[in-house]
Design a protein around this ligand. Structure first.
Ligand code: SF4
Ligand code: SF4
Length: 456
């Protein structure tokens, strides 16, 4: 089944043909390889690092605590996660408007893992021609050995990926021995297997099919492109007509060698123009550059370029959409930083009863009763004390100390009373403060209003 091209906007239903990718070296591939190794190291190693007594990054779902470096987040902090996701989305939009599908070609997990699996395949089964021959050959010892080695190595990587992923949710130092001694709890083991099998299928078998048929980002990216977006492009003006160059042929620089197609992980021909299957990996750039180098012609017949540049017009780097994304992102990054900096390890709220706003005590004092709710967002059990501020002469009646476990919310009855002659108006502001005893002396305040009778 043929691929869609700029000439025909037809999208194939599914293409199950195997793509035998040719190995190629070059500047962009070095960049992709080093970037991929860095990202893989980050993924596999992060859960092994410790911060004091606990894992550096641990999303502890049963305890509803999310540890990231020295910070612990609670379900109440989920708006921060939402903010982070919005920042990531805007970052992605901004990069796409500027440089097309850089995310897809260099950093998407599907690309990174596929690259690792393809690298293993090439190491075990050999070059493109050797792989084609091996697949066409009848089953024998050599084929069995190579195929089983490849699938075993893929399986090992997939299993490590699954274990590591669950290791972000369960302490990994205990998970690994438990898993291999069959002591891990059923749910953890099940999710490891599910994640491992999905990795094996996605990166080993489905590869570019995920990008072409399953990824929604591939479908809507084109609406973000404009004539100033840098995308992998073939310079038609320079390359055509393709063919062997002789003094009389009038051929362009493209010798129609097909190497750019053979290296393409999605099996397309970039010379047909921008296609939705193109993940922007730049393998065809490196391929064509190597051909041009051999022919002693200038590199860049295929290159990152813009529609404007190829049409001989000026490319505008600063354009309204890009500036808009940059401003939105900056505002949100600043907001997130401020929220994180001002984040208190405790949360305080006051609730008043729906009935009487105040009562009169036997000694004549005016009394306001309320429920004070405290959420301990720190990682330790804390003891808190109550203090009343900003209302001279007011008496606070509250539990002497409240002990609260990490992540727990405790509600306590509190009363504020004033002698009648000090209730100079019906509404008087005051501040309630709670403070942790010892330790970091975390403190939080809340402003409220003392309510008295209207007659004063
Ligand atoms: S056309 Fe080039 S950049 Fe696009 S996916 Fe194929 S090799 Fe990668
Ligand atoms: S690698 Fe370059 S020269 Fe060869 S077919 Fe592709 S564009 Fe033409």
């Amino acid at each position: 089944m043929s691929k869609s091209t700029s000439g025909s906007n037809r999208i194939p239903l599914i293409d199950l043909d195997r793509i035998y990718q040719r190995k190629i070296k070059g500047t962009y591939q070095r960049l992709r390889r080093y970037g991929s190794w860095g990202l893989l190291c980050l993924y596999f190693l992060t859960p092994w690092f410790m911060w004091g007594e606990r894992q550096l990054v641990l999303f502890d779902l049963p305890q509803r605590q999310f540890h990231v470096f020295h910070m612990t987040f609670w379900p109440q902090d989920f708006f921060l996660l939402a903010l982070l996701l919005i920042i990531s989305a805007f970052g992605l939009f901004m990069v796409t408007v500027y440089a097309g599908r850089i995310w897809c070609g260099y950093t998407c997990p599907q690309t990174v893992w596929t690259q690792l699996f393809v690298w293993l395949e090439m190491k075990i089964e050999g070059s493109r021609n050797q792989r084609i021959k091996l697949d066409a050959a009848p089953w024998g010892f050599q084929k069995l050995l190579r195929k089983s080695s490849k699938h075993l190595s893929w399986g090992a990587i997939a299993l490590a990926t699954g274990i590591t992923f669950i290791g972000y949710f369960t302490p990994i130092r205990a998970l690994v021995p438990d898993f291999f001694t069959l002591d891990a709890n059923f749910q953890a083991a099940l999710w490891i297997m599910i994640f491992g099998v999905l990795t094996y299928l996605n990166a080993g078998w489905m590869r570019e099919k995920v990008c072409i048929y399953m990824c929604p980002y591939a479908r809507f990216q084109s609406v973000m492109f404009d004539e100033d977006t840098k995308v992998v492009s073939y310079d038609v003006g320079r390359g055509e007509p393709r063919g062997k160059k002789t003094p009389t042929s009038g051929a362009g620089d493209c010798v129609d060698c097909g190497v750019c197609v053979q290296v393409c992980p999605t099996g397309i021909d970039i010379r047909d123009g921008l296609q939705y299957e193109c993940i922007g990996c730049a393998l065809c750039i490196d391929a064509c550059d190597s051909v041009m180098q051999k022919l002693e012609r200038p590199k860049g017949l295929i290159r990152y370029s813009t529609e404007n540049e190829l049409a001989g017009k000026i490319t505008h780097f600063l354009r309204p959409r890009l500036i808009g994304y940059a401003i939105a992102m900056t505002v949100m990054v600043v907001s997130l930083t401020v929220f994180l900096a001002l984040r208190s390890p405790l949360e305080l709220s006051i609730e008043r009863g729906r009935g009487q706003l105040f009562t009169e005590a036997l000694n004549g004092d005016i009394v306001n009763s309320m429920q004070v709710s405290i959420l301990n967002k720190s990682e330790n059990t804390q003891t808190f004390e109550f203090f009343l501020e900003g209302r001279p002469g007011a008496q606070l009646s509250a539990p002497e100390q409240v002990i609260i476990a990490p992540g727990e919310r405790v509600t306590k009855p509190v009363q504020v009373s004033l002698e009648p002659q000090k209730v100079v108006q019906a509404r008087l502001p005051f501040t309630l403060r709670i403070e942790a005893v010892g330790g970091n002396r975390a403190t939080s305040t809340i402003d409220s209003t003392f309510i008295g009778p209207e007659r004063w």
